[in-house]
Design a binder for this molecule. Structure first.
Ligand code: NAP
Length: 349
């Protein structure tokens, strides 16, 4: 493993923004991970891990520490047939393990091609397998956490490799222990428990409409994957043309009471029931219909013309411009609705 110095970080993020890291290395094995963390410890410098860089906003000044690029690769499948599954003559499911640096979408394609169901709604999302656990990746009513069996990681507090069960990961809406205990774990691999022949989830409106238009009643995971790829291609910016990190904010979750009073003021406001009687708001709708911020540009950065929750950045955009836009939108939402919104994108200063 080689440590490089003064490496520009912008090319390692999908925002294509970010100054240099003082130190930078790529890791391809667990030994590399340990070595990189020990290097940062000895030098008494902070470190952080980058996967696909698709949920990251790095400061224009860069990072005064070590950036560890996770390029660990490999996928393996272990068939597990429970007694009950055998009795029911159900097809075997199993544990599919992927190294943290594997491309997320490549992994979803592998799962679908092997006949597994579950992950197809998470198609076409950039980033790595490791990041799917950090963020509890979610789209179209499915989250990665629903299928994660265990996560293997280097615990930098105890300086040893550990395995976290699904419960240990504390998965919540776009959230996990890896966010709560930021910097503690370097994820090296994720085990998914997947089934063959399970039911697909096409509850979201765009998916329902897609299949209704094609007159398909019971789509296969492959068909759902194709639908998601097509819907996302029409609704989200082309990552090759724009700098972007996808949704910049999380959808806020508020009490049913707050929702009822907002609904009086804004009758069209969509709300979706959440655990504990709470309601999740569609922030894209608020930004579009209340704040009139869809497609707005502030200098080199703006919100995407087809999806206001997604920020887009022109070449030459700075992190300061992105933060300025985020603050402006947070204020507009707060003033109009009283709701405080939070970023989904991880910020590195
Ligand atoms: P959409 O279908 O237009 O829906 C707008 C919002 O309403 C979504 O954010 C979604 O929340 C919520 N929603 C819609 N139908 C729902 C239902 N049946 N039950 C519960 N919540 C519902 O959203 P979109 O912008 O086209 O995005 C589609 C999916 O892709 C969403 O799940 C979104 O999160 C995901 N996505 C993720 C990123 C990213 O960067 N992470 C970027 C774009 C889209 P949820 O967001 O909680 O699902």
């Amino acid at each position: 493993m080689t440590i490089q110095e003064n490496v520009k970080l912008a090319p390692y993020t999908t925002f294509k923004i970010g100054g240099p890291a003082d130190f930078f290395c790529s890791v391809t094995s667990e030994d590399d991970v340990r070595e990189a963390v020990e290097y940062a410890r000895e030098k008494k410098i902070p470190f952080f891990v980058v996967g696909g860089g698709s949920n990251l906003l790095i400061s224009d000044k860069g990072f005064r520490g070590l950036v560890i690029l996770n390029e660990m690769k490999g996928v393996k499948y272990e068939k597990v047939n429970s007694k009950k599954e055998k009795e029911d003559k159900k097809e075997a499911g199993g544990i599919v393990s992927a190294a943290a640096g594997e491309s997320w979408d490549g992994f979803v394609e592998y799962a679908v091609s092997q006949g597994f169901s579950g992950l197809e709604n998470l198609s076409s999302i950039p980033g790595t397998v490791g990041a799917s656990a950090v963020q509890n990746l979610g789209a179209y009513g499915v989250t990665a956490g629903q299928f994660i069996h265990a996560v293997r990681a280097f615990d930098t507090r105890e300086m040893k490799f550990v395995e976290l069960s699904n419960a240990d990961c504390d998965f919540e809406y776009r959230d996990s222990v890896f966010k709560h205990e930021k910097g503690r774990y370097v994820i090296t691999g994720v085990d998914f428990k997947l089934e063959k022949g399970g039911k697909v989830n096409i509850e979201y409106k765009d998916l329902k409409e897609y299949f209704a238009g094609k007159k398909i009643n019971a789509p296969t995971p492959r068909e759902v994957r194709e639908a998601v790829i097509s819907i996302r291609a029409n609704k989200l910016p082309d990552w090759k043309l724009w700098g972007t990190a996808g949704s910049f904010f999380k959808n806020p979750v508020i009490s049913a009471q707050e929702y009822a009073s907002l609904k009086e003021k804004y009758p069209g406001l969509p709300g979706f029931p959440e655990a504990g009687g709470k309601v999740k708001l569609a922030l894209a709708w608020i930004l579009d219909n209340i704040c009139h911020a869809k497609g707005m540009m502030n200098g080199n950065v703006g919100t995407y013309e087809k999806q206001a929750l997604v920020f887009v950045a022109k070449p030459g955009a700075t992190a300061a411009e992105v933060v300025g836009l985020a603050q402006e939108l947070m204020k507009r939402v707060k003033d109009a609705t009283g709701v405080t919104i939070e970023g989904e994108v991880e910020r590195v200063n």
